[in-house]
Design a protein around this ligand. Structure first.
Ligand SMILES: [Zn+2]
Length: 400
């Protein structure tokens, strides 16, 4: 009943300053598909149908497949920390798994395309440079760890003393929570697509590119496992959300190495292991393809499917949700649900040729007079984006 009511209210939306119901960016909703609600005749399928209807209009909820999640996280099903971060399983002194209340010490992301640009097709050079850069990332992550080490619980009682994260004594150091995997530390990565294109000349959806991309992903995962062993700190591999970093890395590389086709000419790098946003691939192939990479990105990742307005074809979306249950741990739908405050237009406000948001009905370009909600990463965004992310959003092709 609670789930039904939450979904019902989300479907309705939240009123904006003009009193019009719009898509709220927060809080995020995550719906877990399990045995009795996976649209195979279970008792709670009616809730899943409501969730799908809600996603078609409000983008949330996103979907976790309990079945696939158990395969990856030692039989556990738990919620992400934020948009996409997942904790590694950890057991307390009584042998019980605990997820709620744990935390992350920090993230450092590696620029994979830059390594490939410098290696220029030479694989020996690539792997050697990758090792060097990974060491640098480790050093940067340890800086974060050392900054936290020795901190006392007094610095934020709500977190460390009253149970937000832990219940430590007054004046007690937080150090014990920094070790043994209680908290995680994330190695982020970006641009698997660009890296593969540079090294192999093809997208990672092509067989040759796929093998190379997977080899690199496995190496990143093994490296975080090795660091974990060495330090007793919960290192994990994390598909960086890259709300801004997708632009920053691409901009830095363009300044340094000039315009390179399909790499620095786009204005952004592709999120984590995702298929190039411009590549034509259908929803089912995309989810199945990306699930292989998601399995390795256990510190966090989310896959998306870009859809048009599907509010009049809910059964098609239900088919996709059923597919998620059987094939991928964590996925989301991106659709468009915007509002123009000037003319009241309620549909997709698109990006014009000058990379400006423009109401197709009245030509309004004033950001303060429109509500535009897009999938930024695992979260929705409504405060507009930097130039690179805007270009990335513009280039997204539909998968359904
Ligand atoms: Zn308008």
């Amino acid at each position: 009943m609670i789930i039904e009511e939450v979904l019902r209210q989300r479907y309705e939306g939240i009123k904006n300053e003009a009193g019009v119901y719009v898509t709220p960016a927060f809080p995020k909703l995550v719906y877990v598909l399990d045995e009795h609600n996976c649209l195979k005749g279970g008792k709670y399928d009616y809730l899943t149908r409501l969730a799908v209807k809600c996603s078609s209009k409000r983008m949330y909820p996103d979907y976790i497949s309990a079945k696939k999640m158990r395969e990856i996280y030692e039989g556990n099903v738990f919620s992400p920390m934020g948009c996409r971060s997942f904790l590694s399983p950890w057991k307390d002194e009584n042998g019980n798994y605990k997820f709620e209340g744990r935390f992350n010490q920090g993230v450092v992301s590696i620029n994979l395309p830059q390594i490939a640009i410098i290696a220029d097709g030479d694989e020996d050079k690539f792997w050697k440079l990758l090792e060097e850069r990974l060491e640098l990332c480790k050093e940067a992550l340890m800086c974060r760890h050392y900054a936290l080490l020795g901190t006392t619980s007094d610095i934020s009682p709500i977190h460390w003393q009253y149970g937000g994260i832990a219940r430590l004594a007054k004046g007690e150091k937080i150090d014990k929570l920094l070790f043994g995997g209680y908290s995680t530390m994330s190695l982020g990565y970006i641009g698997i697509y660009e890296m593969t294109k540079l090294m192999k000349g093809v997208s990672h959806t092509e067989p040759e590119g796929h093998d190379f991309a997977l080899k690199v992903m496995k190496h990143l995962k093994e490296t975080t496992d090795k660091w974990k062993k060495e330090t007793n700190i919960g290192f994990a591999l994390y598909g960086t959300p890259a709300e801004s970093l997708c632009y920053k890395f691409a901009r830095v590389d363009k300044e340094k190495f000039g315009t390179i086709k399909d790499i620095t000419d786009k204005g952004y790098y592709t999120n984590s292991y995702h298929v190039d946003v411009r590549e034509k691939i259908d929803a089912f192939d995309k989810l199945a393809f990306e699930s292989e990479f998601q399995k390795l990105s256990t510190g966090g990742a989310i896959s998306y499917v870009e859809i048009p307005n599907m509010q009049h074809n809910i059964p098609a979306l239900e088919t996709a949700v059923k597919f998620i249950y059987d094939n991928i741990q964590y996925a989301e739908f991106n659709t468009k649900s915007d509002y123009c405050h000037i003319c009241g237009f309620d549909g997709e406000i698109a990006i014009n040729d000058n990379n400006e948001w423009e109401c197709p009905n009245c030509g309004n370009k004033d950001h303060s007079k429109m509500t535009v909600v897009r999938r930024t990463c695992g979260y929705l965004g409504e405060n507009f984006w930097n130039a690179g992310k805007t270009k990335e959003i513009k280039q997204r092709v539909l998968h359904m």
